[in-house]
Design a protein around this ligand. Structure first.
Ligand code: FAD
Length: 300
Protein backbone atom coordinates (compact mmCIF):
# COMPACT_ATOMS: atom_id res chain seq x y z
CA UNK A 1 0.00 0.00 0.00
CA UNK A 2 1.26 3.48 -0.90
CA UNK A 3 0.33 6.46 1.26
CA UNK A 4 -0.13 9.82 -0.45
CA UNK A 5 -0.21 12.84 1.84
CA UNK A 6 -2.06 15.81 0.35
CA UNK A 7 -2.62 19.28 1.71
CA UNK A 8 -6.32 20.17 1.40
CA UNK A 9 -6.31 23.29 3.56
CA UNK A 10 -6.88 25.41 0.43
CA UNK A 11 -8.95 22.84 -1.45
CA UNK A 12 -7.78 19.97 -3.63
CA UNK A 13 -5.47 21.17 -6.39
CA UNK A 14 -4.29 19.53 -9.59
CA UNK A 15 -0.96 18.62 -7.98
CA UNK A 16 -2.84 16.42 -5.48
CA UNK A 17 -4.46 14.47 -8.30
CA UNK A 18 -1.01 14.18 -9.90
CA UNK A 19 0.44 12.70 -6.70
CA UNK A 20 -2.39 10.12 -6.59
CA UNK A 21 -1.90 9.33 -10.31
CA UNK A 22 1.82 8.86 -9.64
CA UNK A 23 1.27 6.54 -6.69
CA UNK A 24 -1.31 4.51 -8.62
CA UNK A 25 1.12 4.07 -11.51
CA UNK A 26 3.64 2.61 -9.07
CA UNK A 27 1.35 -0.40 -9.09
CA UNK A 28 0.17 -0.76 -5.49
CA UNK A 29 -3.08 0.21 -3.79
CA UNK A 30 -3.28 3.91 -2.89
CA UNK A 31 -4.52 5.46 0.33
CA UNK A 32 -4.61 9.22 0.81
CA UNK A 33 -4.03 10.99 4.11
CA UNK A 34 -4.99 14.60 4.76
CA UNK A 35 -6.07 16.96 7.49
CA UNK A 36 -8.39 19.96 7.75
CA UNK A 37 -12.00 20.54 6.89
CA UNK A 38 -12.42 19.45 3.29
CA UNK A 39 -15.84 18.04 2.48
CA UNK A 40 -16.29 14.31 2.00
CA UNK A 41 -17.72 14.71 -1.50
CA UNK A 42 -14.57 16.57 -2.63
CA UNK A 43 -12.25 14.09 -0.95
CA UNK A 44 -13.87 11.15 -2.67
CA UNK A 45 -12.98 12.75 -6.05
CA UNK A 46 -9.46 11.42 -5.41
CA UNK A 47 -10.95 8.02 -6.26
CA UNK A 48 -11.19 9.22 -9.88
CA UNK A 49 -7.40 8.89 -10.00
CA UNK A 50 -7.05 5.60 -8.15
CA UNK A 51 -7.31 6.31 -4.40
CA UNK A 52 -9.17 3.54 -2.58
CA UNK A 53 -9.45 5.38 0.68
CA UNK A 54 -9.00 8.90 2.02
CA UNK A 55 -8.25 9.29 5.73
CA UNK A 56 -8.86 12.75 7.13
CA UNK A 57 -7.75 14.06 10.51
CA UNK A 58 -9.95 17.06 11.22
CA UNK A 59 -8.17 18.38 14.29
CA UNK A 60 -5.13 19.78 12.46
CA UNK A 61 -6.65 22.78 10.73
CA UNK A 62 -3.57 24.87 9.93
CA UNK A 63 -0.18 24.15 8.44
CA UNK A 64 1.98 22.96 11.35
CA UNK A 65 4.81 20.82 10.04
CA UNK A 66 5.49 19.05 13.38
CA UNK A 67 1.89 17.93 13.75
CA UNK A 68 1.61 16.85 10.12
CA UNK A 69 4.86 14.87 10.44
CA UNK A 70 3.52 13.23 13.61
CA UNK A 71 0.25 12.36 11.88
CA UNK A 72 1.88 10.82 8.79
CA UNK A 73 4.46 8.84 10.75
CA UNK A 74 1.82 7.39 13.10
CA UNK A 75 -0.44 6.37 10.20
CA UNK A 76 2.52 4.90 8.29
CA UNK A 77 3.62 2.87 11.30
CA UNK A 78 0.08 1.68 12.11
CA UNK A 79 -0.45 0.43 8.55
CA UNK A 80 3.08 -0.83 7.93
CA UNK A 81 3.50 1.54 4.98
CA UNK A 82 6.88 1.70 3.25
CA UNK A 83 6.24 4.25 0.48
CA UNK A 84 4.93 7.77 1.01
CA UNK A 85 4.29 10.20 -1.84
CA UNK A 86 3.89 13.99 -1.59
CA UNK A 87 3.45 16.74 -4.13
CA UNK A 88 6.62 18.87 -4.05
CA UNK A 89 5.23 22.03 -2.41
CA UNK A 90 5.79 24.13 0.71
CA UNK A 91 4.27 21.39 2.88
CA UNK A 92 6.46 18.58 1.61
CA UNK A 93 9.55 20.79 1.71
CA UNK A 94 8.99 21.26 5.45
CA UNK A 95 7.52 17.89 6.39
CA UNK A 96 9.29 15.30 4.22
CA UNK A 97 12.82 15.84 5.64
CA UNK A 98 11.49 15.56 9.22
CA UNK A 99 9.52 12.47 8.31
CA UNK A 100 12.52 10.94 6.58
CA UNK A 101 14.55 11.26 9.79
CA UNK A 102 11.72 9.98 11.95
CA UNK A 103 11.04 6.89 9.81
CA UNK A 104 14.66 6.34 8.69
CA UNK A 105 13.32 6.59 5.15
CA UNK A 106 15.24 7.54 2.02
CA UNK A 107 13.90 10.80 0.60
CA UNK A 108 13.76 11.85 -3.07
CA UNK A 109 12.59 15.47 -3.26
CA UNK A 110 11.47 16.88 -6.60
CA UNK A 111 10.98 13.67 -8.59
CA UNK A 112 10.01 14.14 -12.24
CA UNK A 113 9.62 10.48 -13.21
CA UNK A 114 8.21 7.24 -11.91
CA UNK A 115 10.76 4.72 -10.65
CA UNK A 116 12.08 2.76 -13.66
CA UNK A 117 12.43 -1.04 -13.67
CA UNK A 118 15.53 -0.68 -11.44
CA UNK A 119 13.70 1.64 -9.06
CA UNK A 120 15.70 4.64 -10.28
CA UNK A 121 13.98 8.03 -10.26
CA UNK A 122 14.81 11.20 -12.24
CA UNK A 123 15.12 14.37 -10.18
CA UNK A 124 15.56 18.00 -11.21
CA UNK A 125 18.81 19.41 -9.82
CA UNK A 126 20.80 22.66 -10.12
CA UNK A 127 17.60 24.70 -10.57
CA UNK A 128 16.48 22.51 -13.44
CA UNK A 129 19.80 22.72 -15.34
CA UNK A 130 20.42 19.00 -14.91
CA UNK A 131 18.57 15.78 -14.21
CA UNK A 132 19.99 13.33 -11.69
CA UNK A 133 19.03 9.67 -11.50
CA UNK A 134 18.74 8.44 -7.94
CA UNK A 135 18.01 5.17 -6.19
CA UNK A 136 16.61 4.76 -2.68
CA UNK A 137 18.43 2.05 -0.77
CA UNK A 138 16.29 1.99 2.37
CA UNK A 139 13.12 -0.09 2.71
CA UNK A 140 11.11 3.00 3.55
CA UNK A 141 10.82 5.53 0.77
CA UNK A 142 9.53 9.09 0.55
CA UNK A 143 9.08 10.73 -2.85
CA UNK A 144 7.86 14.25 -3.57
CA UNK A 145 6.65 14.83 -7.12
CA UNK A 146 7.28 18.14 -8.93
CA UNK A 147 3.96 19.61 -10.14
CA UNK A 148 3.29 19.26 -13.89
CA UNK A 149 5.83 16.42 -14.25
CA UNK A 150 3.43 13.66 -15.20
CA UNK A 151 0.10 13.75 -17.03
CA UNK A 152 -3.03 13.19 -14.97
CA UNK A 153 -4.57 9.80 -15.58
CA UNK A 154 -8.07 8.84 -14.57
CA UNK A 155 -8.49 5.49 -12.84
CA UNK A 156 -12.05 5.29 -11.55
CA UNK A 157 -11.92 3.60 -8.14
CA UNK A 158 -14.51 3.36 -5.41
CA UNK A 159 -13.14 5.58 -2.69
CA UNK A 160 -14.21 5.57 0.95
CA UNK A 161 -13.59 8.52 3.22
CA UNK A 162 -12.59 7.68 6.79
CA UNK A 163 -12.55 10.11 9.69
CA UNK A 164 -9.33 9.56 11.58
CA UNK A 165 -9.02 9.87 15.32
CA UNK A 166 -5.40 9.90 16.51
CA UNK A 167 -3.58 11.66 19.32
CA UNK A 168 -1.19 14.10 17.73
CA UNK A 169 1.61 16.09 19.38
CA UNK A 170 1.00 19.68 20.50
CA UNK A 171 1.44 22.39 17.88
CA UNK A 172 4.74 24.20 18.31
CA UNK A 173 3.78 27.15 16.16
CA UNK A 174 0.51 29.03 15.93
CA UNK A 175 -1.07 30.62 12.87
CA UNK A 176 -1.74 34.26 13.75
CA UNK A 177 -3.13 35.58 10.48
CA UNK A 178 -3.50 34.58 6.87
CA UNK A 179 -3.60 36.71 3.72
CA UNK A 180 -5.00 35.13 0.59
CA UNK A 181 -2.89 35.71 -2.52
CA UNK A 182 -4.46 37.40 -5.53
CA UNK A 183 -5.16 35.45 -8.70
CA UNK A 184 -7.41 32.49 -9.31
CA UNK A 185 -4.74 30.05 -10.49
CA UNK A 186 -1.84 29.10 -8.18
CA UNK A 187 1.37 29.69 -10.12
CA UNK A 188 3.13 26.39 -9.23
CA UNK A 189 0.19 24.42 -10.64
CA UNK A 190 -0.63 26.59 -13.65
CA UNK A 191 -0.52 24.94 -17.06
CA UNK A 192 -0.42 28.29 -18.83
CA UNK A 193 1.62 31.27 -17.59
CA UNK A 194 1.93 34.80 -18.97
CA UNK A 195 4.98 36.54 -17.54
CA UNK A 196 6.55 39.94 -18.02
CA UNK A 197 9.69 41.79 -17.08
CA UNK A 198 11.28 45.19 -16.91
CA UNK A 199 10.61 45.70 -20.63
CA UNK A 200 7.06 46.62 -19.66
CA UNK A 201 8.39 49.90 -18.21
CA UNK A 202 6.00 50.21 -15.24
CA UNK A 203 3.22 48.61 -13.19
CA UNK A 204 0.57 50.65 -15.00
CA UNK A 205 1.20 48.55 -18.11
CA UNK A 206 0.34 45.17 -16.58
CA UNK A 207 -3.29 45.39 -17.71
CA UNK A 208 -2.39 43.82 -21.05
CA UNK A 209 -0.58 40.96 -19.28
CA UNK A 210 -3.59 40.36 -17.04
CA UNK A 211 -6.01 40.60 -19.97
CA UNK A 212 -4.10 37.99 -21.95
CA UNK A 213 -3.80 35.74 -18.89
CA UNK A 214 -7.53 36.05 -18.23
CA UNK A 215 -8.41 35.29 -21.86
CA UNK A 216 -6.22 32.19 -21.81
CA UNK A 217 -7.06 31.03 -18.29
CA UNK A 218 -3.40 31.50 -17.38
CA UNK A 219 -1.59 32.57 -14.22
CA UNK A 220 0.59 35.69 -14.23
CA UNK A 221 4.29 35.76 -13.32
CA UNK A 222 7.18 38.23 -13.46
CA UNK A 223 10.95 38.56 -13.35
CA UNK A 224 12.68 39.30 -10.07
CA UNK A 225 13.47 43.01 -10.59
CA UNK A 226 9.80 43.61 -11.30
CA UNK A 227 8.78 42.25 -7.92
CA UNK A 228 11.82 43.84 -6.19
CA UNK A 229 10.79 47.28 -7.45
CA UNK A 230 7.25 46.58 -6.27
CA UNK A 231 5.54 46.56 -9.69
CA UNK A 232 4.19 43.10 -8.95
CA UNK A 233 3.72 41.00 -5.79
CA UNK A 234 6.60 38.77 -4.71
CA UNK A 235 4.60 35.58 -5.07
CA UNK A 236 4.68 36.12 -8.87
CA UNK A 237 8.47 36.15 -9.03
CA UNK A 238 9.82 33.12 -10.88
CA UNK A 239 13.42 32.00 -11.16
CA UNK A 240 16.31 30.74 -9.11
CA UNK A 241 15.33 32.80 -6.09
CA UNK A 242 11.60 32.71 -6.80
CA UNK A 243 9.18 29.95 -7.69
CA UNK A 244 10.25 27.22 -10.11
CA UNK A 245 7.44 26.34 -12.49
CA UNK A 246 6.84 23.73 -15.21
CA UNK A 247 3.79 24.89 -17.16
CA UNK A 248 2.82 23.55 -20.58
CA UNK A 249 3.16 27.07 -21.99
CA UNK A 250 5.26 29.98 -20.69
CA UNK A 251 4.90 33.32 -22.47
CA UNK A 252 7.62 35.82 -21.50
CA UNK A 253 7.28 39.43 -22.62
CA UNK A 254 10.00 42.02 -22.03
CA UNK A 255 12.20 39.59 -20.08
CA UNK A 256 15.86 39.30 -21.12
CA UNK A 257 16.26 35.64 -20.13
CA UNK A 258 19.04 35.88 -17.56
CA UNK A 259 20.28 32.52 -16.33
CA UNK A 260 18.71 33.11 -12.91
CA UNK A 261 15.32 33.64 -14.54
CA UNK A 262 15.69 30.61 -16.80
CA UNK A 263 16.49 28.46 -13.77
CA UNK A 264 12.86 28.74 -12.68
CA UNK A 265 11.15 28.35 -16.03
CA UNK A 266 13.27 26.08 -18.22
CA UNK A 267 11.14 23.07 -17.24
CA UNK A 268 8.25 24.65 -19.22
CA UNK A 269 7.12 22.45 -22.09
CA UNK A 270 6.81 25.33 -24.60
CA UNK A 271 8.40 28.78 -24.20
CA UNK A 272 7.30 31.80 -26.22
CA UNK A 273 9.47 34.92 -25.96
CA UNK A 274 8.45 38.44 -26.98
CA UNK A 275 11.35 40.88 -27.01
CA UNK A 276 12.40 43.90 -29.05
CA UNK A 277 16.06 42.86 -28.94
CA UNK A 278 16.85 40.00 -31.35
CA UNK A 279 20.00 39.31 -29.31
CA UNK A 280 18.07 38.79 -26.04
CA UNK A 281 19.41 35.55 -24.46
CA UNK A 282 15.88 34.28 -23.87
CA UNK A 283 15.50 33.54 -27.60
CA UNK A 284 18.08 30.73 -27.23
CA UNK A 285 15.80 28.96 -24.74
CA UNK A 286 12.58 29.74 -26.66
CA UNK A 287 10.53 27.35 -28.76
CA UNK A 288 8.89 30.32 -30.46
CA UNK A 289 10.24 33.85 -30.55
CA UNK A 290 8.55 37.07 -31.56
CA UNK A 291 10.94 39.96 -32.16
CA UNK A 292 8.61 42.81 -31.40
CA UNK A 293 7.27 45.36 -28.99
CA UNK A 294 5.30 43.76 -26.14
CA UNK A 295 2.99 46.78 -26.18
CA UNK A 296 1.90 45.83 -29.70
CA UNK A 297 2.18 42.04 -29.55
CA UNK A 298 0.44 41.27 -26.23
CA UNK A 299 -2.89 42.96 -27.04
CA UNK A 300 -2.93 41.21 -30.43
P1 FAD B 1 16.03 43.34 -18.01
O1 FAD B 1 17.26 42.56 -17.88
O2 FAD B 1 16.11 44.81 -17.83
O3 FAD B 1 15.42 42.97 -19.44
C1 FAD B 1 14.32 43.63 -20.01
C2 FAD B 1 14.13 43.03 -21.39
O4 FAD B 1 12.98 43.62 -21.98
C3 FAD B 1 15.30 43.27 -22.35
O5 FAD B 1 15.69 42.05 -22.95
C4 FAD B 1 14.71 44.23 -23.39
O6 FAD B 1 15.24 44.00 -24.69
C5 FAD B 1 13.26 43.87 -23.35
N1 FAD B 1 12.34 44.95 -23.74
C6 FAD B 1 12.45 46.30 -23.50
N2 FAD B 1 11.38 46.93 -23.97
C7 FAD B 1 10.59 46.01 -24.56
C8 FAD B 1 9.34 46.06 -25.21
N3 FAD B 1 8.68 47.20 -25.35
N4 FAD B 1 8.82 44.91 -25.69
C9 FAD B 1 9.46 43.73 -25.55
N5 FAD B 1 10.65 43.62 -24.93
C10 FAD B 1 11.20 44.75 -24.43
N6 FAD B 1 15.86 37.21 -11.99
C11 FAD B 1 14.70 36.56 -12.09
O7 FAD B 1 13.86 36.87 -12.98
N7 FAD B 1 14.39 35.55 -11.22
C12 FAD B 1 15.23 35.17 -10.23
O8 FAD B 1 14.91 34.26 -9.46
C13 FAD B 1 16.49 35.83 -10.11
N8 FAD B 1 17.37 35.47 -9.15
C14 FAD B 1 18.59 36.09 -9.11
C15 FAD B 1 19.53 35.66 -8.17
C16 FAD B 1 20.77 36.27 -8.13
C17 FAD B 1 21.77 35.79 -7.12
C18 FAD B 1 21.08 37.32 -9.03
C19 FAD B 1 22.43 37.95 -9.00
C20 FAD B 1 20.16 37.74 -9.94
C21 FAD B 1 18.88 37.16 -9.99
N9 FAD B 1 17.92 37.56 -10.91
C22 FAD B 1 16.76 36.88 -11.02
C23 FAD B 1 18.12 38.75 -11.76
C24 FAD B 1 18.56 38.39 -13.17
O9 FAD B 1 19.97 38.26 -13.20
C25 FAD B 1 18.15 39.51 -14.16
O10 FAD B 1 18.71 40.74 -13.72
C26 FAD B 1 16.65 39.67 -14.27
O11 FAD B 1 16.03 38.44 -14.57
C27 FAD B 1 16.33 40.66 -15.39
O12 FAD B 1 14.97 40.95 -15.39
P2 FAD B 1 14.25 41.43 -16.72
O13 FAD B 1 14.57 40.49 -17.80
O14 FAD B 1 12.84 41.70 -16.38
O15 FAD B 1 14.92 42.87 -16.99
Amino acid sequence: MILVYINTLNGIGKSSYEAVTYAKKMGDSVVVLTNGNEEESNLSSLGDYGAEKVMIHREITSFESGQICDLISKVAEQHGINTIVFSHDHVSKAVAPMLSTRLSAGLVPGAISLPDSNGHIDVNVFSGKAIAKVAINSDKKIISLLPNSIPLEKNETTCVVEELSLDICEAKIKLLSKKELEGDIPLPEAELVVSAGRGLKGPENWGMVEDLAKTMGAATACSRPVSDIGWRPHHEHVGQTGIAIRPNLYIAAGISGAIQHLAGVNGSKVIVVINTDPEAPFFKAADYGIIGDAFEVLPK
